[in-house]
Design a protein around this ligand. Structure first.
Ligand code: NCD
Length: 308
């Protein structure tokens, strides 16, 4: 249960108790954030954000979290182009250096497991902000926190993961985290973009009932939570393949009209084709609420990692 001094590299590190602990701390952080009084919890501490892949929400929300907690931030959002990595420095050496400057490091990289490789060289906790198509633990935690806040529970829900189940690290994180609860999953994707065998095996081991479907319209009325994400264009080696799927799942008024009245729809953003702005005002859509929840969850994780 203790997070102090630990890296946060994978959703596999989170069991049910740890997830609930993050929710509990995040609710406290939300209150503190809304009081508009900046905390001094992280006074004197420095967060480094090191991004080798584009980001808007994840980087800014970690930085906002640290600043709201009274800490400071050093940042490079274009590591791939401007850091000494371009001169051939290894990830491990980069980590050695940065961990002499910062007290905690948040890192994103386009290659699966690159963040874990980096963490081997770090003397301070490293938090994975997305590594290739592998994992995005803090996004998965904020998605589950959103479900928990909106539905008051996670156990007992039927949750659909809809879209690019092969390449979306967000779906991978959600599936692993949800396997700690008594949920039913509906895995909706074209066969070519199915969930990888390793995660399917985990669902089986943990006895999570799931069904595999291609047509969202056939199952949408059964879903309490509709989890969506864009088709991950940058991970396709064949762009024609991407074009084939880019409009496969488009959530608009017509589609959402078929969903339960009390369902919710989540999306980590950025959205491209899969989420029409015409449904932004539908009370079931929580994609902007997720952004705020992301700050509270990241404030909670920083607090836990420092052991405060
Ligand atoms: C996600 C990511 O980076 O995986 N974005 C995010 O962190 N909010 C989702 C995506 O890029 O599709």
């Amino acid at each position: 249960m203790n997070f102090k001094g630990q890296h946060i590299l994978s959703t596999e590190q989170f069991d049910r108790d740890r997830i609930l602990k993050v929710f509990y701390e995040a609710l406290k952080m939300e209150k503190s954030f809304n009081s508009k009084k900046n905390s001094i919890l992280m006074k004197g501490k420095i967060l480094a954000t090191v991004f080798f892949e584009p980001s808007t929400r994840t980087r800014f929300s970690f930085e906002t979290a640290m600043l709201r907690l009274g800490g400071s931030v050093i940042s490079n959002s274009a590591m791939m182009q401007t850091s000494s990595i371009t001169k051939g420095e290894s990830l491990s050496d980069t980590a050695q250096i940065l961990s002499r400057f910062a007290d905690v490091i948040v890192m994103r990289h386009p290659r699966s497991n690159a963040v874990s490789e980096f963490a081997l060289g770090s003397k301070v906790p490293v938090i994975n902000a997305g590594d290739g198509s592998h994992d995005h633990p803090t996004q998965g935690l904020l998605d589950l926190h959103t479900i928990y806040k909106e539905k008051g529970k996670i156990d007992g829900l039927t949750i659909g993961l809809v879209g690019d189940l092969k390449y979306s690290r967000v779906f991978h994180s959600q599936a692993r985290l949800l396997s700690n609860f008594k949920v039913k999953l509906c895995l909706v994707s074209p066969a070519e973009l199915a969930l990888q065998e390793e995660i399917v095996a985990l669902l089986k081991t943990k006895r999570i009932p799931f069904e595999v479907k291609e047509d969202i319209l056939k199952v949408i009325k059964n879903l309490d939570v509709i989890s969506t994400n864009r088709i991950q264009e940058e991970r396709f080696s064949d762009k024609k393949e991407f074009e084939k799927f880019r409009n496969k799942y488009v959530f608009n008024k017509e589609v959402l009209n078929r969903a339960k009245r009390d369902s919710i729809l989540i999306n980590p953003l950025p959205r491209v084709d899969e989420l029409s702005p015409e449904i932004d005002d539908d009370p079931r859509c929580k994609h902007f609420e997720q952004v705020s929840n992301g700050v509270y969850v990241r404030m909670a994780l920083l607090k836990l990692v420092f052991g405060f």
